[in-house]
Design a protein around this ligand. Structure first.
Ligand code: ADP
Length: 205
């Protein structure tokens, strides 16, 4: 069972790495940003609720986001674990997640933190704006997203530090190298916290 969080500023490559890591571990990558964008595109009620927040670079309110994640974590493909990308981002979300896990008697395996300097982030997101055309990749909205990350999200890592499950990873360089660093970090945390899958000693009767 592997339950992972991936955190990091917008544009740090969370989404790209989340899919790779999840694939490797055979667990679903759950991106709250992707779920919101899908709902905006499909004009669902959730999408209508979320759109103005996303377009201005602000957080969708916790009650909406928490309900959505709780629903997603109740689906059957999550039975063997999950990787959450972009959640939690507020202290209210940290609390909600810890309640969801507690109710199921579950614990997190690792919290991965991708570190990329702000200057590189802005460059990456402006470059992405030209190719992907995301509505929130304008210079002004990028600034707001980064500001919110530093104000509200980066400090949340501390809540997980005392559990000894945080791994900070350099998010610059080649995509493959970053994936390798992340996998190694997960392995190291599991070895340290004793959540490596048990291997039966050969001579045991
Ligand atoms: P990024 O991390 O690059 O900002 P995401 O795709 O993860 O992009 O998120 C896009 C937008 O979706 C956010 O700016 C926010 O409006 C909304 N969103 C995603 N996750 C959350 C969350 N956990 N809480 C509140 N809003 C969220």
């Amino acid at each position: 069972m592997t339950r992972l969080l991936i955190m990091g500023p917008p544009g740090s490559g969370k989404g790209t790495q989340a899919v790779r890591i999840a694939d490797k571990m055979a667990i679903p990558a759950i991106s709250t940003g992707d779920i919101f964008r899908y709902n905006v595109k499909e004009l669902t009620e959730l999408g209508r609720e979320a759109k103005s927040y996303i377009d201005s670079g602000n957080f969708v309110p916790d009650d909406v986001t928490n309900r959505m994640v709780a629903d997603r974590l109740n689906q059957s493909d999550v039975a063997h674990g999950f990787l959450l990308d972009g959640y939690p981002r507020t202290s209210g979300q940290v609390e909600a997640l810890s309640e969801m896990l507690q109710n199921q008697g579950e614990i997190l395996t690792a919290v991965l933190v991708l570190e990329v300097p702000d200057e590189e982030i802005v460059e990456r997101l402006l470059a992405r704006a030209e190719t992907e055309g995301r509505s929130d990749d304008t210079e002004e909205v990028i600034k707001r997203r980064l500001e919110l990350y530093h104000q509200e999200t980066s400090d949340l890592i501390e809540a997980y530090l005392e559990l000894g499950i945080v791994g900070r990873v350099d998010g610059t360089g080649a995509i493959d190298d970053i994936t390798e660093r992340l996998l190694q970090t997960i392995y190291n945390i599991r070895a340290r916290t004793g959540t490596l899958p048990a291997v039966k000693p050969r001579n045991e009767k």
